[in-house]
Design a protein around this ligand. Structure first.
Ligand code: ADP
Ligand code: MG
Length: 705
């Protein structure tokens, strides 16, 4: 079992994920068996249920008077129905409920006929749900509350009701029972001894767990909700401890490996690195220089570098990668550069040729598309005289034998599975582990990065090259689509190109496609004088490539697409990005899409169209999007709005490591956990392994998926 753990370390210590890559959605299938559905949310062993802690609590222990209820608060209200009616055409049921202090509107957009009985005027009822400011007027409303008739014998709940994270088809009552069973089945042995508990000032494990699943009637609700009760502190500590154990072991393992020593060349003038540097048509930004120095320092070895370079779209990561490759070649080793798509890989190949070819560097191109003979030749050269290999996933296929790979570079690293990134590194020269350099345009706030990726060193390019014209972002109601089409026409007439991204539709990819097709037809008919093409996820990669090629070469003026537009694609002549139903996208995803324009010297525009169902959060998202083009600010806001789970939670990169603790707020616990993890590991204490597996074992399969 512990051997398998290796994989988890890698995963846990590898990458952030971008929510924006949620491109391919599976078509809705028949519901999976309960076992699989549970596994999907990381529940398989009894211990997993024990550690499946509530997201929040519902307080049905007391009644809130209507006058005291605040918007956004979830409350239990008791009152009398004074009015109710069904709006048959609008398919809506509305009621008014009053208590001694005021009245509130109740609305149902989906309901069973029985609602009409419950809400008969004169009935005394109990409502539970989130209160909002009314759509019209200045009162309050509550939509789809849980509701029942209030009997004279009614009793309020004695304790808070936990609400658990649940997946599709898993109900709260079922989960509650299942967790109760698990708590009976599991022998909850406290791995911390009495002395450790005393020193840390934490409660015993069983007591802590029970206080969270079954809060006492007199428990402090505020502390529970904020996860600051002693019980929560104990669980957060345990979670952090498990994380620190994983990371400490992972770092130890990496430090035991040897990497090639890549040192700065003695003869700066004649070295490839020096020549490349002097030949650049621009000066590196301060941020680029800083990151370059960090890379040089860690490639000296002998410990393999594990570095992630984060930089907003257009910040100039490619040249940093090329210089790192040059330094590697100066030291007599090979470099490899892997990109997630054919288009991106080719873009890199051309750049590398342009930059390095003048100095007789041997650049080899490798993708799955090569003909058998070309491929054989490429493989031969990789095994003999190639200096740098550029390509797609083909770089990590079994048949590829590198002569002496010293540096593996992975661009847009979050688009690769964990195994793929590691596979490239595993192809090192005999006995040596290549350095690994990962590039990502998805900036994650530093503290978040640290909590998830502690075994990775992070370099940030936090500055754009000078002379970029900022992209002008505007938001409009979807109703104004015709006007927008006219603006696009104007821009196309001036010889520019544009992207038009179609709505993301929750339910299925099929609907996505239908919506895109409708928009495409509409645009094609409006803009008859231009070539308009449609790009979507159902096309073969060959078709996609051809369409992208035509767009890159300027033959196509307007590219309509679902969200599949390749991240990183560089078409400087494209100056308008229209995003339909932008309210359905996450902030980071919007930012990525906007990054497709503003790549040349001409003024660029991003037009975000929104429909009428704009939630408060949606409004806020679009406001932030309009106001800033700084990727880090966006990422930080995105995190605040959505929470880290969603932020990092992509299938490709596994689950977030921390579910309960927060690296910023719990920094004191982090330090203590780190201390204990190091103590346990350095004294070969078997508790380290037991503890880590309690928390993470079931995540293995999930993480590897
Ligand atoms: P990204 O970080 O998004 O991968 P690229 O590496 O593709 O960005 O760089 C975007 C563009 O900026 C490229 O055309 C690149 O040559 C150019 N560039 C990179 N660094 C600088 C710089 N310091 N000054 C001016 N232009 C630069
Ligand atoms: Mg790039």
């Amino acid at each position: 079992m512990w051997a398998l753990k290796r994989e988890i370390f890698e995963v846990l210590t590898s990458s952030p994920a971008s929510q924006s890559e949620k491109v391919e959605k599976p078509v809705r299938k028949k519901r999976a068996p309960i076992k699989e559905r549970l596994e999907k949310i990381g529940l398989s062993r009894e211990w997993d249920f024990v550690l499946h802690l509530p997201l929040r609590y519902e307080d049905k222990t007391q009644i809130t008077s209507i006058a005291d209820a605040q918007p956004e608060q979830t409350v239990l209200i008791e009152g009398v129905v004074t009015d109710s009616h069904e709006q048959v055409f609008a398919k809506r049921f509305e009621a008014v409920v009053e208590d001694e202090t005021g009245s509130i509107q109740v609305k149902f957009f989906k309901y069973f006929p029985s609602v009409k009985d419950t809400f008969k005027p004169g009935n005394k009822i109990l409502l539970f749900g989130k209160v909002k400011s009314a759509w019209k007027g200045d009162g309050l409303e509550i939509i789809h509350p849980k509701s029942k008739i209030s009997r004279p014998t009614r009793e309020l709940d004695k304790s808070l009701t936990p609400v658990y994270p649940a997946g599709e088809g898993i109900t709260q009552p079922w989960l509650r029972k299942r967790i109760q069973t698990a708590l009976l089945n599991v022998d909850i042995i406290d791995l911390l001894n009495a002395e450790e508990l005393r020193e840390l000032n934490l409660p015993p494990l069983r007591k802590a767990i029970e206080s969270i699943h079954y809060p006492a009637p007199d428990a402090n609700l505020e502390e529970l909700q904020m996860k600051t009760s002693p019980g929560w502190k104990r669980l957060k500590f345990d979670e952090l401890l498990a994380q620190q154990i994983m990371l400490t072991l992972s770092r130890k393992r990496r430090e035991a490996l040897k990497a090639p020593e890549i040192v700065p060349p003695e003869d700066k003038e004649r070295s490839l690195t020096g020549k490349l540097y002097r030949s650049l048509p621009f000066k590196l930004t301060k941020a680029q220089v800083k990151v370059w120095k960090e890379i040089v320092k860690s490639m000296k070895g002998p410990i393999p570098m594990n570095r992630l370079v984060q930089g907003d779209v257009g910040s100039g990561k490619t040249i940093i990668a090329a210089m790192s490759a040059a330094l590697t070649i100066d030291n007599g080793y090979q470099a490899a550069l892997m990109a997630p798509t054919e288009i991106l890989a080719e873009q890199h190949f051309k750049k590398i040729l342009e930059w390095l070819k003048p100095f007789d560097v041997k650049v080899v191109w490798l993708t799955g598309k090569l003909k058998a003979k070309e491929k054989r030749e490429a493989l031969e050269r990789i095994a003999s005289d190639a200096d740098i290999v550029v390509g797609t996933h083909a770089l990590i296929q079994d048949a590829v034998q590198y002569k002496n790979l010293g540096l593996a570079i992975v661009d847009e690293q979050h688009r690769f599975g964990v195994e793929q990134r590691l596979a490239l590194r595993a192809l090192g020269a005999s006995g040596l582990m290549p350095h690994l350099l990962m590039l990502s345009a998805t900036p994650i706030p530093r503290t978040l990065a640290m909590s998830y990726l502690s075994d990775i060193d992070i370099s940030v390019i936090d500055e754009l090259p000078p002379g970029r014209t900022p992209i002008n972002t505007k938001t409009f109601k979807l109703e104004r689509k015709q006007e927008i089409i006219e603006s696009v026409r104007q821009e196309l007439r001036n010889g520019r190109q544009a992207y038009w991204v179609c709505p993301l539709i929750e339910e299925s990819e099929k609907l996505d496609l239908t919506a895109a097709t409708i928009s495409f037809e509409e645009l094609k008919q409006s803009l008859t004088e231009f070539k308009v093409e449609l790009l979507h996820g159902k096309m073969t990669s060959e078709e996609k490539n051809e369409i992208m090629e035509r767009f890159k070469s300027g033959k196509t003026s307007l590219l309509v697409s679902t969200t599949v537009i390749e991240v990183g694609v560089d078409v400087p002549n494209a100056t308008i990005m229209v995003i339909e139903h932008s309210e359905r996208f996450g902030l980071s995803q919007l930012h990525q899409l906007r990054g497709r324009v503003g790549r040349g010297s001409k003024a660029s525009y991003c037009i975000a169209l929104f429909g009428d169902k704009l939630s408060q959060e949606g409004k806020q998202r679009l406001k932030i999007f309009r106001e800033t083009t700084d990727g880090f600010v966006i990422a930080k806001k995105d995190l605040e709005l959505r929470g880290p789970g969603e932020f990092l939670g992509s299938r490709q990169s596994g689950v977030p490591l921390l579910r309960f603790a927060n690296f910023d707020q719990d920094s004191e616990l982090v330090d203590k956990a780190k201390e204990l993890a190091i103590k346990w590991i350095s004294s070969n204490d078997a508790r380290a392994e037991t503890h880590a597996s309690r928390w993470f074992e079931s995540k293995e399969k999930y993480l590897e998926a």
